[in-house]
Design a binder for this molecule. Structure first.
Ligand SMILES: Cc1cc2nc3c(=O)[nH]c(=O)nc-3n(C[C@H](O)[C@H](O)[C@H](O)COP(=O)(O)OP(=O)(O)OC[C@H]3O[C@@H](n4cnc5c(N)ncnc54)[C@H](O)[C@@H]3O)c2cc1C
Length: 409
């Protein structure tokens, strides 16, 4: 499990170790090698914000000039790009229901049976079976292996991308509503009009370690397969909805007001977040039951990360951290604790936000305010994701090259 850091301390340590190799990242990152030491394997820690993108960028730029680590920074910023894009196109999430037990495009029992075979590693391709098992056993796949496997699922096996995305979502330690849904849409040719990703034996032969290929008995890919065309007109991508203006500071607060704070899986480092100055009467760790069951490795990883976050939050705020499994529990606790305001790091589009639903209105009816806050990194960068990645990177990269992550953390 230490392979994929599940505590803040181990994530910071991994970052430090990885940075020694970071100048070689641009040349090596695309190779799929046993052990994956050429990439950071920090994605689960970053996704749940045991460490933040701002910290990763700051540490990289503290050690190297911008151009030496530019490719690494660019990859780190892909995450923010996808997050911002999905925030502005929330219907894409609502429509596909990737984290629900029955996503769009689910199909009949034969489709479900075919998906089960490929997902379990019982397909005609030895290499794809190897990746299928790696995902089930570890909860991680290298980016290139994710692209190959998703392409195999969609274009070679003719299976619906939504079910592949759902499979990833319950197994990846870093399962993220934006990076996962939009990564699958991109491979399927739905995200970028006219662009579809087809895995070929030639590309795999270049980037996959020969010993893996040999062990797996080759790619087993049918080279006659052509990519399926993405839908020309996607009904879920409507006009951009603007990003709501979420504050990134606590602001003036009447010291008499009794405050509760919600700790959740989208931000497991409250002591470095904008809510850090608060002195809450109580901290609730919100851990709702997911609709889509999580794999054992993912559930175990989350348990460790949550325990670490709760311990640090307890120490920082000098307050007990209590687990709440649903909104009703928090509402009852508000009454019992005589809470006036509840603070939360504003969740992004995804299952947690769906779960919270109209929590704000429910609190308001009881004359309790719900205050959402966002990290500066998100407030500044996410609204720039209205077009393609490269216009986004042009702005964000220029900002980082000029002043680093200063002012964004
Ligand atoms: C079909 C598909 C599904 C994916 N699903 C997810 C997902 O659910 N969660 C997730 O975090 N990433 C997802 N990715 C992106 C990417 O594969 C992983 O972030 C990356 O492989 C994680 O490994 P690493 O931490 O070693 O990355 P590194 O190469 O070390 O990169 C550093 C960090 O940059 C970010 N990053 C790198 N590449 C990407 C990318 N293409 N998109 C977004 N962020 C990136 C991650 O936070 C990563 O930890 C998906 C990609 C594809 C093709």
């Amino acid at each position: 499990m230490s392979e994929f850091p599940a505590t803040r301390q181990s994530a910071l340590q991994r970052l430090e170790e990885f940075l020694a190799e970071a100048p070689h990242y641009a040349a090596r990152r695309n190779y799929v090698l046993p052990g994956h030491s050429q990439v950071s394997r920090l994605s689960a820690a970053i996704r749940h914000r045991l460490i933040t993108e701002a910290e990763v960028v700051e540490a990289a730029l503290g050690k190297y000039p911008f151009r030496v680590v530019e490719k690494f920074l660019q990859e780190v910023l892909w995450r923010g790009y996808w997050k911002g894009w999905l925030e502005m196109h929330p219907r894409v999430w609502d429509h596909y229901g990737v984290s629900s037990s029955r996503p769009a495009g689910a199909g009949g029992p034969e489709v479900a049976a075919a998906c089960r075979e490929v997902a379990a590693g019982r397909s005609p391709s030895g290499l794809m079976n190897h990746f299928a098992r790696e995902l089930l056993e570890t909860g991680y796949l290298h980016n290139h292996a994710r692209m190959w496997w998703a392409s195999y699922w969609i274009h070679h096996c003719g299976l619906p991308w939504e079910l592949g995305a759902q499979h990833f979502f319950s197994h990846l330690l870093d399962a993220d509503p934006a990076s996962n849904t939009l990564g699958w849409r991109w491979v399927a040719g739905e995200q970028t009009r006219g662009k579809t990703y087809l895995a070929t034996a030639q590309n795999i032969g270049k980037f996959c370690a020969p010993e893996l290929l040999e062990q797996a008995g080759g790619t087993g890919l049918d080279e006659q397969v052509v990519a399926r065309a993405g839908r020309a007109d996607d009904p879920t991508v409507d006009d951009l909805s603007g990003l709501p203006d979420v504050p990134n500071e606590v602001g003036l607060l009447d010291p008499e007001r009794r405050v509760a704070l919600i700790l959740h899986d989208e931000d497991l480092c409250l002591e470095t977040s904008p809510v850090a100055p608060l002195r809450p009467a109580v901290v609730w760790q919100f851990v709702p039951e997911p609709e889509l069951p999580r794999s054992e490795p993912r559930a175990q990883w989350l348990e460790l990360a949550r325990a670490d976050a709760a311990r640090r939050a307890g120490e920082h705020f000098g307050s007990e951290v209590r687990v709440c499994r649903n909104r009703e529990e928090m509402i009852q606790a508000c009454g019992a604790e005589k809470i006036d305001s509840v603070f939360i790091m504003e969740p992004f589009v995804g299952p947690l936000r769906d779960e919270l639903g109209d929590f704000s209105a429910e609190l308001m009816r009881r004359e309790i305010s719900l205050v959402g806050l966002r990290r500066k990194w998100d407030s500044v960068l996410l609204p720039q994701a209205s077009r393609g990645f490269f216009p986004f990177w042009n702005k964000a990269g220029r900002m980082l090259a000029k002043s680093g992550a200063e002012g964004l953390s």
